[in-house]
Design a protein around this ligand. Structure first.
Ligand SMILES: Nc1ncnc2c1ncn2[C@@H]1O[C@H](COP(=O)(O)OP(=O)(O)OP(=O)(O)O)[C@@H](O)[C@H]1O
Ligand SMILES: [Mg+2]
Length: 594
């Protein structure tokens, strides 16, 4: 694999040709030999026909033998160049895909918030493929055209200069026509891919939202909407088919013009005996063959142009700077404290600040509760602590070190986040829980954390226990089960800091109490573990060492349960509502719409 420090972004064609010179050169040599044997075959044919006319059996046998040998040469070398070039352009595509994937892993949430998934997938599939076609088949077509015409033209001229110019005079127009047609085809193919992307996106949305669609009896409406996308795709396919079907007739027409010219201008020479019939047949073969390089050069140039345009889009992604670069060099050996100083944060493009001037210190071993109405900034704060978004310099420090100076690996070994949206992969339960490990740690630690989150008995009742495969995004689990598995996934890594972002919202009160009790037990085993619990339910936070009340991006109050009931109006109302059983969430407290 080529080193990534070389300037790929400036000269992609040169870069890849230099990176894989051997396989490319072998392909070029095989292509050259294929062309050589191919252009010699009409001469074999000519020798055969002339021998036939002369009734010379031994010359005929030689001519047939030579002809057969040339055909074998064409077959063998055509096989070889396909293998070599195939290897070359597929290796290039693989390298490019890996680079794009590496870049995508490096980019932060800011990029994903503003870039549609379809656009990223199109880059990985369509654009990589268009560039592959340019550097493989596109480049090959141009080389093929150059070799082929450079070999055929002298042979045609040697047979008859007058015939050559009379039959080929209009042929140089063909590359321009073919290039135009190829560009049109590409434009329409792209349009077709876009329609396909839209239709697939719509289908995926309908399939994943099938439950609300059914419960709102919207099947018919959705079917009509899908039908529109499907019809647009069909229309795009028809346009592609029309553009595509023009190629063959265009080439055929060019051959016809050449053949008619040959018959019109040149048969007199054969009739007069100035030129043999064999020469006439061979010349006709060359006219047919000359149409190919003229078309190939048009196609090849167009493919290279399209490849360049696709590479420009890829380059744009590869050049996108990440807002959370992994350039830190510090590591956290033993977590002691987390300090937040004058932390403010505004989402890119947003008018208001999501967090304003926050100050907070959390020491190792503390259990901190974080409560507040919807949109108060709780998830934003924990995202910043995990460096999902970049925080201003020195506003967040771990053990006195700015977050940006800590390596990503060390930060992830220090802080584990259980996000608000439980996301599971379509792998087994055990693999989902052990996601944070490079190698599977064995079933015992997985069972241990599953017991802590009170899900072990439910997993044991499944036919394949911990090896049960989950559907896409864990669809075959309940919301509460998904949440508990994502908690287990964070706990198994035994990081010094664990953050639960409203991670128990989908479990019932009894299960929640059991998990909170198990977490307290766990605290006896890991006394230095720091826990940040974001929750709307006060009962969950009751045993926290400190509770932070966040409202409109500011810390409204900080203290223990008993103090806050007396001093913090928001907390007081929340407590009142929940103890009266009027509501469980801060949504009801504030009357805000989620
Ligand atoms: N990706 C984003 N881009 C722009 N604004 C955002 C984004 N995510 C959140 N916000 C805004 O930031 C504010 C804080 O949101 P946040 O998700 O932190 O609230 P929260 O306290 O976690 O609420 P909840 O209790 O509903 O989870 C809200 O006004 C929200 O609209
Ligand atoms: Mg939130």
């Amino acid at each position: 694999m080529p080193g990534k420090s070389r300037p790929l972004q400036q000269q992609p064609f040169r870069y890849y040709l230099r990176a894989h010179p051997r396989v490319f050169l072998l392909g070029v040599i095989a292509l050259f030999l294929t062309n050589l044997f191919d252009v010699l075959t009409p001469l074999g044919l000519k020798a055969g026909i002339d021998a036939l006319e002369a009734r010379d059996a031994s010359r005929l046998a030689w001519a047939v033998g030579a002809y057969a040998l040339m055909m074998v040469g064409v077959t063998v070398f055509r096989f070889c160049w396909r293998i070599f070039f195939g290897r070359f352009h597929h290796t290039v595509a693989e390298d490019l895909r890996n680079r794009i994937y590496d870049k995508l892993s490096e980019l932060g949430a800011t990029y994903y918030n503003k870039t549609p998934v379809g656009q990223i997938i199109s880059l990985l599939s369509n654009d990589v493929n268009t560039f592959r076609m340019a550097i493989g088949p596109g480049l090959l077509l141009v080389l093929d055209a150059v070799f082929y015409s450079a070999m055929i033209l002298p042979l045609m001229i040697s047979l008859s200069w007058a015939w050559t110019w009379k039959t080929l005079i209009a042929l140089p127009l063909l590359p321009f026509l073919i290039r135009k047609m190829e560009n049109l085809l590409h434009e329409r193919s792209r349009h077709q891919q876009d329609r396909l992307g839209e239709m697939s996106g719509r289908a995926a949305e309908i399939v994943s939202g099938i439950r609300p669609i059914k419960s709102f009896a919207q099947e018919q409406t959705q079917a009509q909407s899908f039908n529109q996308f499907s019809r647009r795709f069909e229309h795009a396919c028809n346009l592609v088919a029309k553009a595509d079907s023009a190629f063959h007739p265009a080439m055929q027409f060019a051959v016809t013009i050449g053949s008619v010219s040959l018959l019109w201008f040149c048969t007199a020479d054969v009739v007069s005996g100035a030129i043999t019939l064999g020469t006439f047949v061979a010349f006709h073969e060359y006219i047919k063959r000359m149409v190919w390089p003229m078309s190939a050069i048009g196609m090849g140039i167009s493919m290279i142009e399209q490849g360049r345009a696709s590479f420009d889009r890829i380059r744009e992604l590869l050049d996108t700077p990440t807002d959370i670069p992994d350039t830190g060099i510090e590591t956290i050996k033993e977590f002691t404290r987390l300090e937040i100083r004058s932390l403010s944060f505004r989402y890119p493009g947003a008018n208001d600040e999501a967090l304003q001037n926050l100050d907070l210190t959390i020491n190792a071993g503390e259990t901190i509760g974080l409560v507040g109405p919807v949109g108060a900034g709780k998830s934003t704060l924990v995202s910043l602590l995990c460096r999902v978004y970049p925080a201003a310099r020195d506003s967040i420090r771990v053990n006195g070190i700015d977050l940006a100076d800590i390596t990503r690996a060390s930060l992830s070994e220090t802080i584990a986040l259980v996000p608000q949206d439980a996301f599971l992969f379509s792998r087994t339960i055990a693999e989902n829980v052990a996601l944070g490990f490079a190698e599977f740690p064995g079933i015992e630690p997985v069972r241990d954390v599953a017991t802590t989150v009170n899900i072990d008995h439910e997993i044991q009742s499944l036919p394949r226990n911990y090896d049960s495969p989950l559907g896409e995004r864990g669809v075959n689990l309940s919301g509460g089960q998904k949440q508990r598995l994502t908690i287990a996934r964070a706990l198994i890594r035994k990081t010094p800091v664990v953050i639960f972002d409203d991670s128990l919202s989908a479990v019932d009160g009894k299960t929640e109490q059991a998990i909170v009790a198990a977490l307290k037990d766990r605290r006896a085993r890991y006394p230095q573990q720091t826990v940040i619990l974001v929750s709307h339910r006060l009962a969950t936070l009751k045993h926290a060492d400190r509770i932070i009340v966040l409202d409109k991006g500011r810390i409204e109050a900080e203290g223990q349960h008993q103090d806050l009931i007396r001093t913090c109006a928001t907390y007081q109302r929340l407590h009142q509502l929940q103890s009266e059983g009027l509501g469980q969430s801060a949504t009801e407290l504030t009357g805000a719409n989620p």
